[in-house]
Design a binder for this molecule. Structure first.
Ligand SMILES: Nc1ncnc2c1ncn2[C@@H]1O[C@H](COP(=O)(O)OP(=O)(O)O)[C@@H](O)[C@H]1O
Ligand SMILES: [Mg+2]
Length: 262
């Protein structure tokens, strides 16, 4: 993309506290259009708070943010038309079939030919054979694919996936990863939050680390890896993994807390 192109998402100095708890202390980053950007942070780092601000579900205390050129505070309607948020807890209605879920969302968005939209998405997400089955009978991967398909109705240029694979088994995780890769290949801008380093490493063009309310690093995987010198073991260079970079930056205590036996 050219240097002058407007970023798909721009975040500047965003702050947010819940009562006395400061969660975001001045967050800054840009997401270039058509890229996959991973916001990496431990549980409780403020990832969901930030994506809720970007989706206009929550107001920031300070700073500014824009999506597709629209300011979240001044033009929330235009922002909502440009961004789609799919969270850890799927919006799928289990009683309805996959196709009915899609048709319902298309109707809610006042689109013409909701049936045709549903059929196209079912095909794109390999759900045609299961189209008429109740979504409650779908596997975890199928439900997540349906959830992502629902969020694409109306062709939002920016899609936010909030911890799309948390709680999923490894096979389903790989299915979701493939879906994200396909979205990116079609030019959708993807903002992905994750607490999994390998997920960011695998999917993202750029990775930003959210820690204690600010972005403490933001770069490509190669740039982040350069923050640690390669270890030399008997003349063989070993590049640091993203996990090693992350732990060196945020401190080993950021690792999942495992209680020591008393
Ligand atoms: N509505 C709320 N009221 C009070 N505290 C909240 C609320 N939402 C989130 N928090 C707190 O803000 C912090 C960040 O939460 P969250 O954004 O959900 O983190 P993450 O998504 O990175 O796990 C946590 O300490 C959480 O308990
Ligand atoms: Mg969260």
């Amino acid at each position: 993309m050219s240097a002058t192109a407007e970023p798909a998402i721009r975040v500047r100095g965003v702050t947010k506290s819940f009562k006395a708890l400061p969660v975001l202390r001045g967050v800054d980053f840009d997401v270039a259009a058509g890229t996959v950007f991973a916001l990496l942070g431990s549980n409780g780092a403020g990832k969901t708070t930030l994506v809720r601000i970007l989706s206009t579900l929550l107001k920031a205390d300070g700073g500014s943010a824009s999506v597709h050129g629209h300011d979240v505070a001044d033009s929330p309607e235009a922002v909502r038309e440009s961004i789609s948020l799919t969270g850890q807890f799927a919006a799928v209605d289990e009683v309805l079939s996959g196709r009915e879920n899609l048709v319902l969302v298309a109707r809610l968005r006042h689109l013409e030919q909701p049936g045709a939209i549903a059929d196209e998405l079912l095909a794109r997400f390999s759900l045609t054979d299961a189209a008429h089955r109740r979504a409650g009978t779908y596997s975890g991967g199928m439900r997540r694919r349906l959830d992502i398909a629902m969020s694409l109705i109306g062709d939002p240029p920016v899609i936010v996936l909030d911890e799309p694979t948390t709680g999923l088994d490894p096979q389903t995780r790989i299915e979701v990863w493939q879906t994200v890769t396909q979205l990116a290949a079609q030019g959708t801008t993807v903002l992905l939050t994750t607490q999994y380093l390998d997920e960011a490493e695998h999917l993202a063009d750029r990775i930003a680390i959210l820690h204690e309310g600010t972005i403490i690093q933001n770069g490509t995987l190669a740039e982040l890896k350069q923050l640690l010198p390669p270890a030399t073991v008997e003349y063989v260079e070993k590049q640091p993994t993203l996990e090693e970079v992350f732990l060196a930056l945020v401190g080993a205590d950021a690792r999942t807390t495992r209680k020591e036996p008393q």
